[in-house]
Design a protein around this ligand. Sequence first.
Ligand code: SF4
Length: 88
Amino acid sequence: MSSSPFPLSTEPSDDWRADAACRELDLEVFFAVDEASQLDAVAVCETCPVREPCLEHAITTREQYGVWGGVREQDRKRMVRARRRDAA
Ligand code: SF4
């Protein structure tokens, strides 16, 4: 059994998960609704060596909830909208 907090995937692009700073942590804080907990999650992400691929994964798979790559839901939605505008 894996210690990864995320569901395992067979896709090679998911290799970054093995180095996740959150892999041994309780992920409740990453999916909390209160701002203080979300900021705690962001602080963990700021120490994470795989922040970029994590965020890219969340954006490309349209993750709706949680803190990914140090970016909260509402900020990620803004990033997606900005990308769409830039691509148009
Ligand atoms: S960036 Fe944050 S959510 Fe993503 S793997 Fe690292 S600690 Fe976990």
